[in-house]
Design a protein around this ligand. Sequence first.
Ligand code: 48H
Length: 263
Amino acid sequence: MALEEVVVTEAIMTEYYNKFMSSLELDVAVVGAGPSGMTAAWRLAEQGANVALFERKLAIGGGLWGGGMTWNTIVVQTESRHILEEAGIPLKEFKPGYFTADAVAATTILASKAVLSGVKFFNCITVEDLMLREIDGQKRVIGLVINSSPVEAAGLHVDPLVIKAKYIIEATGHPLELLQTLVRKNDVRLNTPSGGIEGEQSMWAERAETDTLNNSGEIFPGVYVTGMAANAAMGSYRMGPVFGGMFLSAEKVAKEIACKLGK
Ligand code: 48H
């Protein structure tokens, strides 16, 4: 078979263009393809929402690949077992209530579930800012300001592009990048005890896991926070390589947004 290089180029340009064009006005834009972002995106897309996921790195997965200290096994508790089982991630019970999963299996299976449910992945894209509006006297986030990650890495002065979304999910993990930007640049109050970012605390796994679930939700009009970002925003603890709270937090946020979208 003849192989024309320009056809390959045309195929990539056309397909990516179509994916991008269908993401200009989303139901949900997820920022960060770690365990919480991918789980929330999967749960929403499988209910028919128009969802795109933006990830700065070339590789999706966030902290899920690495297990604990690069020993690539993760631990989840009984409460979150159903989510992994539904995804088809094999689990082993190590001791009563403590389940392990291969971190590579967890990452790849979760990513497959998301992409096959219709989530449009945009890896190598950095979300550098948010789009704000005042609606009925209240400020609301209505979209994302995005740029190519290599542009960011090279420090080039290249202006970004924008996509709109009814809801944004902040799933950037420990650095809490989106909310940091929102608070730094704008005179806004978050739905936190102080109105600002409370900041992550040290290790206390049991407390952190419960808090992750409680802290996940709408933190600013149009912005939901999930995963480690929820604890960083609300001032709770870290939990190390226990991932149950990440999955449960994403499931909670996806349910709340699906309900608002009438799904
Ligand atoms: C695009 C961005 C941007 C940006 C960041 O860190 P993650 O894995 O986040 P979670 O919350 O799904 O999972 C947390 C977990 O991995 C973890 O770190 C745990 C449990 N720690 C406990 C402990 O004690 O340490 O993924 C976040 C993703 C990453 O892939 C980033 O590259 C990406 O978000 N990201 N993508 N634009 N501005 N900022």
